[in-house]
Design a protein around this ligand. Sequence first.
Ligand code: PBG
Length: 325
Amino acid sequence: MYDLIQRPRRLRRTEGIRRLIRENYVHVDDLIYPIFITHGENIKSEISSLPGNYHWSVDRVLEEVAEIVELRIPGILLFGVPDAKDEIGSAAWAEDGIVQQACQKIKEKYPNLLVITDVCLCQYTDHGHCGRLTKEGEVDNDSTLELLAKTALSHVLAGADMVAPSDMMDGRIAAIRKKLDKNGFSHIPILSYAVKYASNFYGPFRNAAHSAPKQGDRRSYQMDPPNIQEALREARLDVKEGADILMVKPGLAYLDVVKALADNFDLPIACYNVSGEYAMVKAAAEKGWIDEKNVIMEMMVSMKRAGADIIITYFAKEVAKLLQS
Ligand code: PBG
């Protein structure tokens, strides 16, 4: 016998004690599920890089939404995968665009479901960048802002409850806020992808959304992975410009950033458990190398422990089911 006064293991001995002192929980109310809307008709097509997730045409998307509502997941995040692309991404703000149509359809049937839209141009531009290009091929910040603001407004006019700009242009929160306010939508919140890194974890998404840049990469607008001071600066600017929720993206490799934001800001913090994080789990599970369900739940609670209030995840449906069982 050692003379140990403190023995932390005493509080780990039974499930009853572990439950009693558990510090963090995942709740279905924390979850947002991303949905990909594609052009065409009668389409439900599995995304090979995101198994268990689908491209939905507008006419069939309610099948997916019904399941979300049934599982009591509070919200969805809509992404458009259009066929029409041009230099400036004009399909992004088309009144009859696929995301706009989907918003209308979903809100009509499920007025209480929270519908958030991703606001970006990369799926809509023929060059695949998140903004308008200069003659020299650089992403031009200021002339992109109006296009983003128009896109956000078109989503809200179609019924979106919240908009989530993911482009990483400087000043876009202010531009969107101003546009929404001027058009009578001062009550619509902005979920800012405030701290979005130029990450290699987006690969499966770009595959799904056909949104990889044709030339170059996104490092002149998305953040450099080694930086965290800059994350605080980005977040501070977005708060000043009118952001209502601050997001960190990706999730798992950036939980220190989630924690830093949670410690420094009093707005709700969202964490995007991105496509690469999902795909890695699916691939390892398929090989039988990990226990998928337990790994998923451990990932979710890690984001909560870091300080995330909201988790955007392709696992949302699976998590909701696991929480029920
Ligand atoms: C659009 C956008 C991307 C993601 C969300 N919005 C891709 C990118 O920035 O290249 C990635 C989501 C994911 O990987 O799950 N700008």
